[in-house]
Design a protein around this ligand. Structure first.
Ligand SMILES: [Zn+2]
Length: 333
């Protein structure tokens, strides 16, 4: 997730990137098999999801700040996964480059790149489509410390890839678009660029599902936000909650909660929401490592993460099944 505090760090990132520009990347391609997952995942490849999380949050990627070499390396990993899964491209590339100005005082324009692929649904033509998002950028190196962003949001990216893998093997009813977006931490710039220049007409996008911080919960709980704004989604979420292998809590989307606890505007679902598109945001409660250099792979909760991964597939299946109804309610609003 992003915060005003994080945006304040952005000004020095450019200088830091130059200072550390000489450090060679030595990527760990042979991460250890995770041993802490007792849960037997039903829908996802938990081992692959954990290994991708570990790779994206390794020191070699230097915190994945937008415009940095670590960010570019992360993007290449994601692109290769999309290729391996056989996700379709819009045009002849997975990349959607953009230039935008960070939401920070005096912020200079930055160049970012979204990674976008899709799976054709069983329903042909120009019917409703779903967009699943997760941001891959994080805070980079600040005061010599690497902000690895394992939970925020290497976890969401790895979960998105795991969900995409499921649907390559079990074709969805409707077109499913997977957008791994850049520059979230400096103002949701990648998701803004996606909504401003979508690869399909915006009218076709019936729902956004966003993953941001889905791997770390000692309590075994994940929140889903969005039903306050689209109450018609509540029965779908409640059905998933009764069957999910984690505790699914509905909330964090009521403006009455105040700025800190209403997450409506705090991650990449925000531009979709502003465009009138219903969203479901999945994420864990803020933890002490949130936006700290201690957001490391070694401190995520792997068993919970595997359960959360299955839950995200279950939610995507339920949303895909209900997408016509969701589109109808969008048009009615
Ligand atoms: Zn985040």
């Amino acid at each position: 997730m992003s915060s005003r505090k994080a945006w304040g760090l952005v000004a020095i990132l450019g200088v830091v990137a130059l200072v550390f520009g000489g450090i060679l990347l030595s990527l760990d391609r042979d991460a250890a098999e995770p041993s802490l997952v007792q849960y037997n995942a039903q829908y996802i490849d938990a081992g692959a999801m954990l290994r991708l999380t570990e790779t994206l949050s390794s020191d070699a990627l230097e915190g994945r700040a937008t415009g940095s070499r670590g960010n570019e390396a992360a993007r290449d990993f994601i692109q290769k996964r999309f290729e391996t899964l056989g996700l379709r491209q819009f045009g002849d590339t997975y990349f959607q480059p953009f230039t935008a100005t960070p939401v920070v005082q005096g912020g200079a324009p930055v160049s970012g790149v979204n990674v976008v692929g899709w799976i054709a649904g069983q329903t042909p033509g120009d019917g409703p489509a779903m967009v699943i998002t997760a941001h891959y950028d994080h805070l980079g190196i600040v005061d010599g410390e690497i902000y690895n962003g394992a939970d925020d949001n290497a976890s969401g990216v790895a979960a998105l890839v795991a969900v995409a893998q499921y649907f390559t093997l079990h074709r969805p009813r409707h077109d499913m678009i997977f957008a791994v977006v850049d520059a979230e931490e400096i103002g949701h710039l990648g998701s803004n660029a996606f909504v401003a220049s979508p690869p399909v007409p915006l009218e076709r996008i019936a729902l956004n599902i966003n993953y941001d911080m889905v791997s770390r919960s000692d309590a075994g709980e994940i929140y889903v936000a969005g039903t306050f704004h689209t109450p018609e989604l509540k029965p779908i979420v409640e059905t998933v909650a009764t069957e999910a292998p984690v505790r699914v809590l509905v909330g964090h989307d009521d403006p009455a909660l105040g700025e800190a606890d209403d997450w409506t505007l705090l991650s990449d679902h925000e531009p979709f929401h502003e465009a009138g598109i219903p969203f479901l945001y999945f994420g864990v409660e803020n933890h002490p490592a949130y936006h700290q250099p201690t957001d490391d792979y070694t401190d995520i909760t792997p068993d919970f993460f595997a359960r959360a991964g299955d839950t995200l597939v279950m939610a995507a299946i339920a949303a895909d099944d209900a997408l016509e109804a969701i589109e109808v309610m969008r048009r009615a609003d």
